[in-house]
Design a protein around this ligand. Structure first.
Ligand code: APR
Length: 234
């Protein structure tokens, strides 16, 4: 593998699994206990907003708890970005803030962020670290009923797609970490990078049936530090 000059990294729930945050599609994962159509679609929110508020309030409370911390994979990514010297973009499907807490800088949350809420009226985005619901007043409209999680639900447009597509066209290596490759457009990013002759590497606990150039299997907290330390020695 030649020394890269421009890198795009995509992370999924698998990078946060060893920090104690459930993934989505494991047999006991989030979607096994919470039907997607009820808690992760605009229709579900319109049907029963309190259920959706509660789902995200519970996940936010968990994220804010003492025991949830970045793991060695998050730290290795932040260290690599600091030492790399080339252009580096971290695209995450995760809505947690573990990459930020580990020190990563150039991050795009393609599916939004658990610690942000949005006014559906003004589209203004606010930081939020506690629970909120239908009765919470937004600072813009000063009335209840307009606030929703700043999270991309199924059927909604992911964020930052123009910037991501530009970066995929310019990178010489694309690395996916801890994602099952079930959800587009993120699942197709490696093919976009491949079209532009980038090397594509998948770091995951198990096979995903994808056609990356290179697959490295194992827990992220072990394979990610090893892979990025080696990359720096090229
Ligand atoms: N280390 C590395 N990979 C792991 C680990 C680990 N410790 N634990 C689990 N994995 C892998 C699993 O093998 C699986 O391939 O992480 C992947 C997690 O897959 P999903 O649960 O489908 O999560 P993700 O790919 O991030 O889902 C993408 O789907 O539902 C939407 O918005 C949601 O952002 C999410 C998107």
């Amino acid at each position: 593998m030649k020394k890269p000059e421009s890198m795009v990294v995509l992370t999924g729930a698998g990078i946060s699994a060893e920090s104690g945050i459930e993934t989505f599609r494991a047999k006991d994962g989030l979607w096994a206990n919470h039907p997607v159509e009820e808690v992760a679609t605009p229709e579900g929110f319109a049907r029963n907003s309190q259920l959706v508020y509660r789902f995200y309030n519970e996940r936010r409370e968990q994220l804010m708890s003492e025991e949830i911390k970045p793991n060695n994979a998050h730290s290795a990514l932040a260290k690599f970005e600091h030492d790399f010297g080339g252009s580096f973009l971290l695209v995450t499907q995760n809505i947690d803030d573990l990459h930020e807490r580990a020190g990563s800088k150039n991050i795009l949350h393609i599916h939004g962020e658990l610690l942000k809420m949005r006014c559906s009226n003004s589209q203004i985005v606010f930081d939020i670290r506690e629970s909120f619901d239908f009765d919470t007043h937004c600072q813009c409209c000063r009335s209840p009923g307009n606030l929703r999680p700043h999270v991309v639900w199924f059927g909604e447009m992911p964020f930052h797609m123009n910037q991501i597509n530009m970066a995929l066209g310019a990178c010489d290596i694309f690395v996916a970490i801890g994602t099952s490759g079930n959800v587009y457009p993120a699942a197709g990013f490696y093919q976009n990078a491949k079209i532009n002759n980038a090397q594509t590497v998948e770091l995951n606990l198990e096979e995903t049936g994808s056609t990356f150039d290179t697959h490295i299997y194992g827990p992220a907290s072990q394979v990610v530090p090893r892979f990025f330390e080696e990359l720096l020695t090229l």
